[in-house]
Design a protein around this ligand. Structure first.
Ligand SMILES: Nc1ncnc2c1ncn2[C@@H]1O[C@H](COP(=O)(O)OP(=O)(O)OP(=O)(O)O)[C@@H](O)[C@H]1O
Ligand SMILES: [Mg+2]
Length: 329
């Protein structure tokens, strides 16, 4: 989205999207990330006490992690915990193909973020959390070269460095490629959080959250979590939401609603991100033990007992006792 500096002062919308605190969702995180987050929030809430001893809270964080691991979700959640709107900047709104213009936009962005944003219906600007997505695109390593394009690139990185240094608000940058970020820029961030792919415990929680109001007995949930090893939370969310969509819409379209047919249809339609590889479920499809152990029709939370046999007889050929499913894993 391009705007002309001469016509008017740029607004938040020229750089990306405003995320409001009330729209935030709490991500399911590994313990190490939860601890780092809690530490940072406590620091921010203890600003006065820190000032007394001559320091302030850390203000600039870099989140790195594979696609769909929750970088944007976590930044939004954190902003909400601070009660601030978040301006999510898209790099294409800053990077220009015109020599010199990118540096100028970086300046305008930081000026705007520093001044705060006036929300609809308000008269005064409020502070924001500046969130820059795909930060690697803005801060690729400076190269030693005498080409004009590279010179201009280096100048942009220098402008970014300078503005980062001067900026006194909260800022979070996110990247899928931590290694592409210029070392000098990397050092300007005082918090680095790596969002790993979720472990088994987090996978089970993520599946349970996104399957709700449907649910799985503990054993079947455990097997499904295992079948999603190496999956991102985003992929698990997509699977669960598409499964619920199939359950509601499939019968209206006269689709084959046997469990194996539904699962195979679903898995064929969802492509895991190429950078993450395919979780086991995509190799075995509906023959996976996790699918065999899944009760069908999928029960709602409260409709099953954890010690029950997990499949129901309506499923035609899909009757598997939980104990057998566990033994087979
Ligand atoms: N840890 C998590 N817990 C629950 N849901 C999550 C989690 N991480 C991601 N999601 C869900 O997955 C989707 C993608 O998440 P998000 O956009 O935050 O990932 P990202 O790391 O910013 O991805 P990208 O690298 O593509 O920008 C969202 O719908 C979000 O709700
Ligand atoms: Mg993101």
């Amino acid at each position: 989205m391009y705007f002309s500096k001469r016509e008017r002062k740029p607004t938040a919308e020229d750089f990306g999207q405003l995320f409001l605190p009330e729209e935030a969702m709490q991500p399911i995180l590994a313990r190490s990330v939860r601890t780092a987050l809690m530490e940072w929030l406590t620091e921010i809430w203890s600003e006065e006490a820190l000032r007394e001893v001559g320091i302030g809270p850390r203000r600039k964080a870099l989140f790195s992690g594979k696609p769909g691991t929750g970088k944007t979700t976590l930044a939004h959640h954190l902003s909400a915990r601070l009660g601030l709107p978040m301006l999510a900047v898209r790099p294409e709104c800053v990077i220009s193909k015109w020599v010199g213009e990118t540096g100028q936009r970086i300046g305008e962005l930081f000026d705007l973020a520093q001044a705060g944003v006036t929300l609809d219906g308000a008269t005064e600007p409020v502070p924001i959390v500046l969130f820059i997505d795909e930060f690697d695109a803005l801060s690729r390593q400076r190269r030693r070269s005498d080409q004009a394009a590279d010179d201009s690139r280096n100048e942009e990185v220098n402008t970014l460095l300078q503005r980062l240094e001067q900026y006194s608000g909260f800022m979070i940058a996110a990247t899928n490629y931590g290694e592409h970020i210029d070392q000098a820029i990397w050092r300007r961030f005082d918090i680095h959080i790596e969002l790993e792919l979720p472990g088994q415990e987090e996978r089970e929680q993520i599946l349970a959250r996104y399957l709700s109001p449907f649910g799985l007995p503990r054993g079947a949930l455990c097997l499904l979590g295992q079948a999603f090893e190496t999956a991102s939370p985003a992929l698990m969310r997509q699977f669960c939401e598409n499964l619920k969509r199939q359950i509601i819409i499939g019968p209206k379209l006269n689709l084959d609603m046997r469990k194996t047919a539904v699962i195979d249809r679903l898995l064929t339609a969802i492509a895991p991100h190429p950078d993450l590889g395919k979780p086991r479920l995509w190799s075995h499809m509906s023959k996976d033990d996790a699918v065999k152990a899944m009760p069908w029709p999928l029960p709602r939370i409260g409709e099953f007992d954890d010690d029950d046999v997990v499949a129901s007889p309506q499923a035609g050929g899909d009757v598997v006792a939980f104990t057998r499913a566990r033994g087979a894993s």
